[in-house]
Design a protein around this ligand. Structure first.
Ligand SMILES: [Zn+2]
Length: 120
């Protein structure tokens, strides 16, 4: 009795008794097991295991260079997308980038100021 129970499965839809090897129920046509093995793709699918935004290098890099500049350095150091060496190098680059940005803005201000003074 137990032996016959083991090699039979129940159709999940119509509950007909089917041979264990059946993939499609002959009664209702329903698949007897989910398509795709559960667990096979669970490493990269699903919310909890998906990497947070901060762990994506390009998100952090665009924040640094287009939005926050030197203010984004804490984000860089919090991110797990970069190695320690990369963080040190990027910190220096972002600092220089921010200084250049300020220097550029300062130069424009000086240029505009001189134009105004010359016009008077
Ligand atoms: Zn069925």
């Amino acid at each position: 009795m137990n032996a016959s129970y083991v090699d039979k499965i129940l159709c999940p839809r119509c509950e007909a008794t089917l041979p264990f090897t059946a993939e499609v129920c002959p009664h209702c046509g329903s698949a007897t097991r989910p398509i795709g093995q559960p667990g096979a793709g669970s490493d990269d699918a699903g919310g909890p295991s998906a990497p947070p935004l901060l762990d994506r290098p390009w998100v952090v890099l665009s924040l640094l260079f287009f939005v926050m500049a030197i203010l984004g350095l804490p984000l860089l150091w919090k991110s797990r997308a970069f190695s320690l060496a990369a963080k040190i190098v990027l910190s220096i680059v972002v600092t220089l980038y921010t200084l250049a940005l300020f220097a550029g803005v300062g130069a424009i201000c000086v240029w505009a100021y001189r134009r105004v003074v010359e016009a008077m």
